[in-house]
Structure formats: structure tokens, C-alpha cells
Design a protein around this ligand. Structure first.
Ligand code: ADP
Length: 334
């Protein structure tokens, strides 16, 4: 199993929810988004109305789900969770929408993966709090209008650009989440260590924070693995020695790249001589879906200057070769 993977299984989910901040003031970093969101929520509370629909966009593990839960808790409203892939028919969406209570927050993760007909139903629901449920087929089909309670939709997407404009426009506010700085991750780690009852030194936190790929989910996960090492082989304290040793065991490199990141870079340099190579070709070679490579691996690699995007395809940059310990060919791009 990949330790730095950004997906989450059942056990992970339980461990994660134990570390979730419950309010905006507990939420570390993302200062701009936090301030914008707090304005939206304060205004709604002052009006005594449900908050405007909110969209959170950004790579996995940066806090979109956490913020959705915070929206609900700050509004004192219940939260209903579903996701784009779970909504394959307009009827699926109608069922969810019609069972909402007044003021409820509906969280739709991966909203860009919702089926088209459901998307169209959602436009009307968001704007007019009403849907037309079509009964029957063919010329005899009739649309029965259904009034909905006023609710707040919180959408999350790794690709805001994939959302059709009519859907994007119906959100009152979009928060773009960016990777966290190592210093912010140190704050996340300190908070988590306290909740887990783990003794964490400043150097230990810095070591883990610097190798967490700018992602709180990864920081928390690495903290748990370093704690394991410290308990079994160390002094029980998460210090620099424990962090270095454990991260070596789990093959987390000094930039915190995970196996997919490294596979992408290796393929780019070794198989394609540094590119340019198209996204889909690259994805096939690393055995992943193009969307996964594009939304999970690439944003961090691009930000770290390890991958370039050009109109002709992905290219290796001088730092890419250096990071892999390879010598670029003389005609390498970049
Ligand atoms: P996403 O929905 O964007 O994939 P999540 O909201 O599920 O990410 O966050 C993943 C994990 O990281 C959660 O355990 C959460 O507690 C933690 N986390 C995310 N953002 C923050 C933050 N700003 N401060 C503290 N913990 C955070």
C-alpha cells in the first residue's frame, strides 16, 4: 500500500475524522479562503437564512471535506453527504434533494463527476429550490414540479475547470485551496500530535512538515507512521531521528513525493527522454487514469518546478533530472 497516497480507505477515514478541525478558527492556513468563507457565513447568520452555495476547489487532502463540515457546524445545520459518482441519474439527485430539511447543508464531493441530467436538475434546485420530476416516458411523460426546502449546497472538486459554467455560476462563492507551506503543516502536526497524545519535537515536526507534499492529509498520515516507529524502535518521542528513520522505511523522499509522483517523473525522463509527452500517454505508462495524474500528481509537481506543461505535452525541467539523479540528454526540453 502506498503510504503517501491521497485516497482514503475505511480505517484511514476513521483516523482522519478524529483529527478534523471543527470550526474555522481551528482550521490552519488557507487564510484567504477562511476569511471569504467566514464573511459568507456571518452574513447568512445575520440574515437568519441558509448560506449561499459554496464550491471548494483544489487537490485531494487539502481540507475541502473538512470545510464542508465546518460550514454545517458554523451554521448549526445538519450535514448530508453524497458524491458526484454516486449520482448517476437525475432520480438519485431528486431523492437526496427531496429528503433534505430546511437549512440543511448538502455536501457533494467530486461534483464534477455527476451525470449530466442530474447536473441540469441541480441548476434549478440551486437557484429556485425546486425540481421537476419527470414521470413516465415518451409522449406521455409529465414533469411534476416539486418544491424543495432551502438548503446550502457545498460542492468539492479537484477540477473547477471541468464544471460546466452554468453550474459554476450558481455557487455564491468558490474557495480555491492551495498547497500548505511547511510552516503551516507544522501547525497542523502540532495540533494532531496533541489530539493523539504524541510527544512531537520542533525538529520532528519540521522534518515531517517538509515532506508532506503540502498536504495536511499526508502530514497526519506520516505523523502516525513516525509515531509507530518511535514506539517500536525509538524512545516513543517523535523527534528528527524517528522522523528520518521512519520516512526512510516508507520511502518518502525529501520532497515528500509519493510513488505516483515518482512514477510520472521516471516515465517522463526515462521513457520519453524528458518529453514533450501527452498526458494520456504518460498516464497509460504509469498505469493510472489521466484524470488522476492530472489532478493528484501534477499540481504539486508543477508547483515544485518538477514538471512543465506545454501546449505540446508534459516536459521534464532541469530540476526533474536533478531530483532523479539523472543527467539530461543534450536535446532535453526545458
Ligand atoms: P479533501 O476533502 O480536500 O480531500 P479533507 O478535508 O478530507 O480533504 O482533509 C484531509 C485531512 O486533513 C483531514 O483529516 C483533516 O482533518 C486534515 N486537514 C485538512 N485541512 C486541514 C487544516 N487546514 N487544518 C488542520 N487539518 C486539516
Amino acid at each position: 500500500e502506498r503510504i503517501v497516497t491521497t485516497g482514503a480507505d475505511e480505517q484511514e477515514r476513521a483516523a482522519e475524522s478524529a483529527l478534523r478541525p471543527h470550526g474555522l478558527t481551528e482550521f490552519v492556513g488557507q487564510k484567504v479562503v477562511r476569511e471569504q468563507l467566514s464573511l459568507v457565513l456571518d452574513a447568512a447568520r445575520a440574515r437568519g437564512a441558509p448560506a449561499d452555495h459554496v464550491l471548494f476547489s483544489g487537490p485531494p487532502g487539502l481540507g475541502k471535506t473538512t470545510l464542508a463540515m465546518i460550514v454545517a457546524s458554523e451554521m448549526g445545520a445538519p450535514l448530508r453527504q453524497s458524491s458526484g459518482p454516486a449520482i448517476q441519474h437525475a432520480g438519485d439527485l431528486a431523492a437526496v434533494l427531496s429528503s433534505l430539511d430546511e437549512g440543511e447543508v448538502l455536501f457533494l464531493d467530486e461534483i464534477h463527476r455527476m451525470a449530466r441530467p442530474a447536473e441540469e436538475m441541480l441548476y434549478m434546485a440551486m437557484e429556485d429550490f425546486r425540481v421537476d420530476v419527470v414521470v413516465g416516458k415518451g409522449p406521455g411523460a409529465t414533469a411534476i414540479p416539486l418544491q424543495l426546502p432551502r438548503f446550502t449546497l457545498v460542492g468539492a472538486t479537484t477540477r473547477a475547470g471541468l464544471l460546466p459554467a452554468p453550474l459554476r455560476d450558481r455557487f455564491g462563492f468558490t474557495g480555491y485551496l492551495d498547497f500548505y507551506t511547511p510552516e503551516e503543516l507544522v501547525l497542523v502536526l502540532r495540533r494532531s500530535a496533541q489530539l493523539l497524545g504524541v510527544q512531537l519535537t520542533a525538529e520532528g515536526a519540521a522534518e515531517i512538515g517538509g515532506r508532506s507534499r503540502g498536504t495536511p492529509r499526508i502530514a497526519n498520515r506520516l505523523l502516525r507512521r513516525v509515531r509507530d516507529w518511535a514506539q517500536v524502535r525509538g524512545s516513543g518521542i517523535v523527534d528528527r531521528r524517528a522522523a528520518r528513520a521512519a520516512l526512510e522505511v516508507y520511502e518518502v523522499d525529501e520532497l515528500g513525493l509519493d510513488r505516483l509522483d515518482r512514477a510520472v517523473l521516471e516515465a517522463l525522463c526515462r521513457r520519453f527522454g524528458g518529453g514533450p509527452v501527452g498526458l494520456s500517454t504518460l498516464a497509460v505508462v504509469v498505469g493510472e487514469e489521466a484524470e488522476t495524474v492530472e489532478t493528484v500528481a501534477e499540481p504539486f509537481l508543477v508547483r515544485e518546478g518538477l514538471l512543465g506543461r506545454t501546449p505540446r505535452g508534459r516536459v521534464a525541467l532541469p530540476q526533474t533530472w536533478a531530483h532523479l539523479g539523472l543527467t539530461p540528454p543534450r536535446d532535453a526540453p526545458g
